[in-house]
Design a binder for this molecule. Structure first.
Ligand code: PLP
Length: 365
């Protein structure tokens, strides 16, 4: 038995528990077919240009990657028309959330998070001994900007907005976001998580980048794991005022983004066709799921993203389990305090059909 005491704050933290991988479920239940609609991955697969770039980079694997990710930063800054030193590249956006926390949070500081949202924000705060101040959504999981502004204190350091929000699929309208930014005092950094920005189609949606350009104290976070289909490679990035990116660089490991990931991301961000196809398939899939849910009498939250939060009622946990046993992996909502809901990633046409077929079997419809 070891007497080595972990840091006090770790008492609050449990290791991340991922959804079951496909192979595990398949082996466990001897299933022929398993469809995973649990992690909001791109069902179209990776950007083909990204895959090609990886093959080209294999011969140089004996070299360390570019610690400064110069070429990728160039590609990102060109795509988004921001300055290169406004960009920071990380090992997935998850790493960026940890780095932001390490760079800005002292013990006792506060972060404001709409609730329910992405769990990594809380993890970053817990890790640093900071306090999470959750702000519940309004009816229909709509953001309440006034309540977020009211939650700001002298101790607030970070205020998170995930738009479209994971797990609800709802978004914050541009005018509302602007109102928030104007009300936020100087000592607060607004972190805008745009992991699903590409999927948002509402006229009044903003991906936040224009507010970085306008000089607001905001960091916009994006990822290559979702629409670009490169979740297995782990690349994400942030766009923020120069002083913010330079501060975060102080806590970054030198070689955090591997060379294959850098190469693939450069190719993927310019693969407009792959992005277009992915968005179109997602929009069609959303309509299919809406129609089927309506016919089954299930309420759902209209999504601006690549997943749908659907209300299965008091029996949701059993339905979720039965779906698992039939080879469909979705995310059960209890972790977000939504025990009557599951979140289902919009899949390919075939995956959506399989999911609906199994759902009907489980519901005896
Ligand atoms: C998936 C996701 C991310 C980023 O994921 P990485 O794979 O770490 O880049 C960030 N924010 C939200 C809300 C997500 O759902």
């Amino acid at each position: 038995m070891t007497q080595i005491k972990p840091r006090k704050v770790l008492e609050k933290i449990k290791p991340y528990s991922p959804g079951k991988p496909i192979w595990e479920l398949q082996e466990e239940l001897k299933l022929d077919k398993v469809v995973k609609l649990a992690s909001n991955e791109n069902p179209q697969g990776p950007s083909p240009k990204g895959v090609a770039a990886i093959s080209a980079g294999l011969a140089d694997l004996h070299r360390y990657p570019d610690a400064d990710t110069v070429s990728l930063k160039e590609a990102i800054s060109k795509k988004l028309t921001v300055e290169k030193d406004q960009v920071i590249v990380t090992n997935g956006a998850d790493e960026l959330i940890t780095l932001i926390s390490e760079a800005f949070l002292d013990q006792g500081d506060e972060i404001i998070v709409p609730s329910p949202s992405f769990s990594e924000y809380d993890f970053g705060a817990d890790l640093m001994g900071a306090t999470v101040v959750p702000v519940p959504f309004d009816e229909g999981f709509q953001f309440n900007v006034e309540r977020m502004i009211d939650a700001i204190t002298d101790k607030t350091k970070l205020l998170y907005i995930c738009s479209p929000n994971n797990p609800t699929g709802t978004y914050l309208a541009k005018a509302e976001f602007e109102k928030l930014l104007k009300a936020v005092p100087d000592h607060v950094l607004v972190v805008f998580d745009g992991a699903y920005s590409h999927y948002a189609t509402a006229e009044d949606y903003t991906d936040g980048i224009e507010f970085v350009k306008a000089g607001y104290p905001i960091l916009v976070l994006q990822t290559f794991s979702k629409v670009y289909g490169l979740a297995g490679l782990r690349v994400g990035f942030g766009v923020a005022p120069r002083e913010v990116t330079q501060t975060i660089l102080k806590v970054k490991e030198p070689f955090n983004v591997n060379s294959l990931a850098q190469a693939a991301a450069i190719a993927a961000i310019n693969d407009d066709k792959h992005v277009e196809v992915s968005k179109e398939s997602n929009a069609t899939g959303a309509q299919t799921l809406y129609k089927e849910f309506s016919e089954l009498g299930l309420s759902y939250v209209e999504t601006m993203s690549n997943f749908v939060l659907v209300q299965l009622g008091p029996d949701a946990e059993n339905i979720y389990q039965s779906l698992l046993e039939k080879g469909v992996i979705v995310r059960y909502g209890k972790i977000w305090g939504l025990p009557e809901y599951v979140r289902v990633t919009i899949g390919t046409e075939e995956e959506n059909t399989f999911f609906i077929e199994k759902l009907k079997e489980v519901l005896n419809k």
